[in-house]
Design a protein around this ligand. Structure first.
Ligand SMILES: Cc1cc2nc3c(=O)[nH]c(=O)nc-3n(C[C@H](O)[C@H](O)[C@H](O)COP(=O)(O)OP(=O)(O)OC[C@H]3O[C@@H](n4cnc5c(N)ncnc54)[C@H](O)[C@@H]3O)c2cc1C
Length: 370
């Protein structure tokens, strides 16, 4: 079979490249080894985050991706569950970070809130100890487990992209690609195989000293009628999300939290809360790193995540309805990697927890530079 672009992997990074290729009028085939995408792209918060992304190219990439999500959503029939982000600040040292952040180009369109304004934005926010926060209008939230298959269906229906599910790519030596079921002749191949560090072109990843990161996630049912007006984050996020954490003003907060919230930091816990159409909240997350990560979710870690949720929101009753883990690849150096082993081939990996927020912009860059 012939095509102009063969994409390996039907996660968000693969779909982003398929869309970018289809917009150029290319004949695109996506080959996915599982019968449906069940990787990081359906396990995430569906939180398209701009505010807090690493300053510079990655932040700009996130802004562009957010525009592309807004363009794609109505065409593909995707619901935007909610927009915006509220960062609740309870620690005195958080205030200097938020002030410094707002003074940068990344603060554009964001608003500093005092405690009363934060409470007005989000009824149910725990009032005790609340100092205020930051509101960003830029974020979007989609339900990833629905969005990923919907985008694939839309690419197939509207853009003629061909999907081959349940087919592993075994060799990619463009123009020849061999899979577990067929052979292809393609002008270009882009490998978007997510956290697969030991598969295709494994030797190209070795020099980057990549590792894996595993996250624990929960879905909880809050009391009936509880409405989250925007995604919610809090102090712990300010020492994790690089757009804040790399500011010099973040150091005192990190020192305080290292002493006061040692358990949370030891498990890489910070809080993101988003809401789904049925009212349930997706709550996370923890971060454990290593070359191989046992698939056993720890109850103690879930407890710490829920403790943080209760610090931020007054939710008298809470039923846990789902728990899961997810994995992505991480680099200590860069937020994403693009490798060109030969002129017809690109390898693209988002090396951190930002693929939903940046893949669309990244794919545009990859195709523009090719
Ligand atoms: C729990 C969790 C929460 C997150 N939250 C957010 C968030 O809120 N916002 C955000 O921006 N990012 C978030 N992320 C990160 C984001 O989900 C990832 O960066 C993104 O999904 C990576 O997309 P991907 O397409 O590279 O990987 P994947 O979704 O893992 O897709 C890769 C696909 O390639 C396929 N594949 C691999 N090898 C082959 C082969 N040889 N042949 C055929 N197919 C192959 C795999 O089967 C897989 O389906 C989160 C991640 C996790 C795990």
């Amino acid at each position: 079979m012939n095509c102009d672009l063969l994409v390996v992997g039907a996660g968000i990074v693969g779909l982003a490249h398929a869309w970018a290729g289809a917009r150029r009028g290319w004949r695109v085939v996506v080959v996915e080894r599982d019968a449906a995408c069940i990787g990081a792209s359906i396990r995430n918060f569906g939180f398209v985050t701009v505010t807090g992304q690493q300053r510079g190219a990655h932040w700009r990439r996130a802004r562009r991706s957010r525009e592309l999500w807004a363009e794609l959503a109505p065409q593909a029939g995707l619901r935007i569950e909610h927009a915006g982000l509220l960062v609740a600040a309870r620690h005195e040292a958080s205030e200097a970070i938020l002030e410094a952040f707002l003074a940068t180009e990344m603060g554009e369109g964001c608003e500093r809130l005092d405690a009363a304004a934060a409470l007005a934005r989000q009824p149910g926010l725990r009032a005790e100890g609340l100092r205020g926060g930051l509101y960003s209008p830029h974020e979007l939230r989609v339900e990833s487990r629905e969005a990923i298959p919907r985008i694939a269906a839309w690419l197939a229906e509207r853009h003629g992209v061909e999907f081959r599910f349940g087919e592993s790519v075994l060799e990619a030596e463009a123009p020849h690609v061999r899979t577990s079921r067929a052979s292809y002749h393609t002008e270009r191949v882009v490998v978007c195989s997510g956290a697969e560090l030991h598969g295709l072109f494994a030797e190209r990843w070795t020099p980057h000293a990549l590792s894996l990161c595993q996250l624990q996630m929960l879905r909880v049912k809050p009391p009936a009628g509880f409405r989250l007006n925007a995604a919610l984050m809090a102090d712990l996020s300010l020492v994790r999300y690089e757009g804040y954490a790399a500011l010099p003003q973040a150091r005192p907060l990190l020192e305080h939290l290292s002493a006061e919230r040692h358990d949370a930091l030891a498990h890489g816990i910070h809080l993101i809360v988003v809401q789904s159409a049925d009212g349930s909240l997706v709550v996370g997350d923890s971060h454990h790193y290593g070359p191989v990560l046992p698939p056993f979710a720890s109850e103690a870690v879930d407890r710490l995540i829920l403790d943080e949720l209760h610090r931020q929101l007054t939710l008298p009753s809470l039923e846990i309805v789902e728990r899961w883990t997810g994995v992505y690849a991480v680099s200590a150096e860069v937020p994403c990697l693009v490798e060109a082993p030969d002129p017809r081939t690109r390898l693209v990996m988002v090396t951190g927890g930002t693929g939903a927020s940046t893949a669309f912009g990244l794919a545009e860059e990859v195709l523009a530079d090719w």
